[in-house]
Design a protein around this ligand. Structure first.
Ligand code: ADP
Length: 633
């Protein structure tokens, strides 16, 4: 019989399959099972509108049969079947396939990943088989046809005998090579695990004849000592569980069901902190089961971590980690999305896929946010546990993309505060601000212990104002992006103007500045290149000196930026502030008149001390030590 040629597009895809170096060849089974399931679906929908057809679930199934000697793997379904024309057009032409269009568009020649991510349908059989034989009988037809192909040289179609409606696909597996073994696709355990992995939730039973063992009947019923002997026998087994947990009603499920599923599926030893089971109907309908882990995955803060949700199209897993479904700020969320709308589109038509996914991603983002807000409201302890594990991605979420998501995330933020050393949300902070307090104050440093002791906090504390402690490197960056919360601006305790003073106090300060102009000018000269200015402090009460900074870049931010491996080092504009009410100040004014050399040393030591308070190292530790010895000696 004359061979027919594949259409050129199909031939390209076929070639790609035959010579595939793709490592997950196992997905061919997912593709064939998924086609089989679709074919049964079609019969099911037909039966819904045609009274002469009855759809008795019992009679609809998918079978896998293995013949080790013949090296064949057979997939049989009781679906709607294909006519001769359909065999021709469906299996002879694959140009419809969206994955191929995608490849063309992106000029990807041999990107094996496409195979894994989007599926390539029927042709994937050629990754493992050198001859594929499809026998099919269509619903309502008396004839059956056989399509056969050994690859790129074409295919044949001829009439054949087949009793029941449906399709049977026989794969003659490739011979093993040095690099690849195809034998594994004849092994019961392997097939079982592939089905479990990709097709567990296919709605129809996937049956396979499996070998089991059972105890033989005893020879003598009454002989207690008789050894039990076992015999093996073969039995059909259903390999898939058929009903996915996310498709069940919430009322049917316990938290334990959810937890077990989570731990098994996402390899966690600990129960999740929060489970979100949600669905949407409408233009885009989907079901989603999301989990917030109780702790950050071990690789979460490494480059290796891949965010994403599993994506199912009508019960068939089509992508293991669909990154587009989760924004980075919620990258720690585990789970899956199953959408019926995607089944015909997503793996094939990439554009539609994009739009649908965006809608779902949007919904999910809002849902995660609202669930976290509820947790914060209703179970503070649990929320704080969550926050301890995942505050960083939230803060980065505020900072990234020029603050695009800041409104989504700002209510979820918490900081340790000077009041009771407890975590507070920004809205709690603002709600208990005294009336005369203009700003939300914060202090940055390495740890709560260190920040608490910062001299810069003195007057603010004295006024009875609360201070937020920023101890993570990202904190100040996130807050600068946020700028304000409920109309209140953020202000660092080290900012040049704290906004504390009334008119009278301001006048007093100006007076001190002018009175001590000469002293400050001298000190500034000594610290040439190190500080922008030396000033009378408005924030100190009992401490002698501190540093403050002018402009956007704080000293803490300088530290963070400079700890990164780049050559672009930055420097905050430092101001050395002197407490004019401290006894040391009188000494300084005296020295200006009597001993300028000594004043120089004092100035250097005071500046070095201020650096140490900030957690910075002194520029010249030897000079620092010698200065101190000179002064105390
Ligand atoms: P896709 O599933 O993306 O359309 P495939 O190459 O997997 O691409 O299949 C092409 C077409 O062949 C399907 O759309 C379907 O109409 C038909 N087909 C494949 N397998 C079967 C089957 N087991 N029963 C009935 N029709 C099938």
């Amino acid at each position: 019989m004359a061979k027919k040629q594949f259409k050129s597009e199909s031939k390209r895809l076929l070639d790609l399959m035959i010579h595939s170096i793709y490592t997950h060849k196992e997905i061919f089974l997912r593709e064939l099972i998924s086609n089989a399931s679709d074919a049964i679906d079609k019969l099911y929908y037909r039966a819904l509108t045609d009274d002469s057809l009855s759809f008795d679930r019992e009679n609809y199934y998918i079978r896998i049969d293995v013949d080790k000697e013949a090296r064949t793997l057979t997939i049989t379904d009781t679906g709607i079947g294909m006519s001769k024309e359909e065999l021709e057009s469906n299996l002879g032409t694959i140009a419809k396939s969206g994955s191929l269009d995608f490849k063309k568009e992106h000029k990807i020649e041999e990107d094996a990943d496409i195979i894994g991510q989007f599926g390539v349908g029927f042709y994937s059989a050629f990754m493992v088989a050198d001859t594929v034989t499809v026998t099919s009988k269509q619903l309502g037809s008396n004839e059956a046809y056989q399509w056969q192909s050994s690859g790129a040289d074409g295919y044949t179609i001829e009439p054949c005998g087949k009793d029941s409606v449906g399709t049977q696909i026989v794969l003659k597996l490739k011979e093993n090579t040095e690099e690849e073994s195809y034998d594994e696709f004849l092994e019961e355990y392997r097939l079982r695990s592939i089905v479990k992995k990709y097709s567990d939730y296919i709605r129809y039973p996937i049956k396979m004849l499996v070998t089991k063992s059972r105890p033989k009947p005893k020879k003598d019923e009454n002989d207690k000592d008789e050894k039990v002997e076992y015999e093996s026998y073969q039995e059909d087994e259903i390999l898939n569980s058929m009903i996915p947990i996310w498709r069940k009603n919430k009322s049917e499920l316990t938290q334990e069901d959810y937890n077990n599923f989570y731990k098994e599926k996402f390899y966690d030893y600990e129960d999740p902190l929060l489970t979100i089971h949600t669905s949407a109907d409408g233009v885009t309908s989907y079901k989603a089961l999301l989990y917030i882990p109780a702790h950050a995955p071990f690789d979460y803060y490494t480059k290796e971590y891949e965010k994403g949700l599993q994506l199912y199209a009508n019960g068939v897993m089509i992508m293991d980690k669909c990154a587009d479904l989760l924004p980075d700020c919620f990258g720690f969320v585990k789970g899956l999305v199953d959408s019926a709308d995607l089944s015909l589109n997503i793996s094939r038509e990439i554009l539609q896929h994009d739009r649908q996914l965006k809608v779902i991603a949007n919904h999910l983002q809002k849902k995660i946010k609202s669930e976290l807000s509820n947790l914060l409201k209703n179970d503070r302890e649990k929320y704080e546990k969550f926050y301890q594990a995942f505050s960083r991605p939230l803060k980065f979420g505020i900072y990234n993309e020029f603050g695009r998501d800041k409104d989504l995330l700002k209510d979820l933020l918490m900081f340790c505060s000077s009041k009771e050393k407890k975590m507070v949300t920004l809205s709690e902070y603002v709600s208990r601000m005294p009336e005369d307090q203009k700003y939300i104050y914060y202090a940055s440093g390495e740890s709560v212990d260190k920040v608490e002791k910062l001299p810069q906090t003195e007057r603010i504390m004295d006024k009875g104002y609360e201070i937020l402690y920023f101890i993570e490197d990202v904190d100040e960056f996130a807050i600068q992006m946020l700028r304000e919360f409920e109309g209140k601006e953020f202000k660092s305790v080290s900012a040049s103007d704290l906004g504390l003073d009334n008119e009278e106090e301001k006048k007093e300060e100006e007076k001190k500045e002018t009175e001590n102009k000469e002293l400050f000018a001298f000190m500034k000269d000594v610290l040439e290149g190190k500080v922008k200015d030396v000033k009378a402090s408005t924030r100190l009460k009992t401490h002698p000196v501190c540093l403050s900074s002018e402009g956007m870049l704080s000293i803490e931010m300088e530290k963070v930026l400079n700890s990164m491996p780049t050559d672009n080092k930055v420097k905050a504009e430092r101001i050395l502030e002197i407490n004019v009410n401290h006894p040391i100040f009188d000494k300084l004014t005296d020295m200006l008149k009597t001993d300028k050399d000594k004043l120089k040393k004092y100035t250097e030591v005071l500046y070095d001390g201020a650096l140490l308070i900030e957690g910075l190292s002194v520029d010249d530790p030897v000079a620092f030590s010698n200065n101190i010895c000179d002064l105390i000696g």
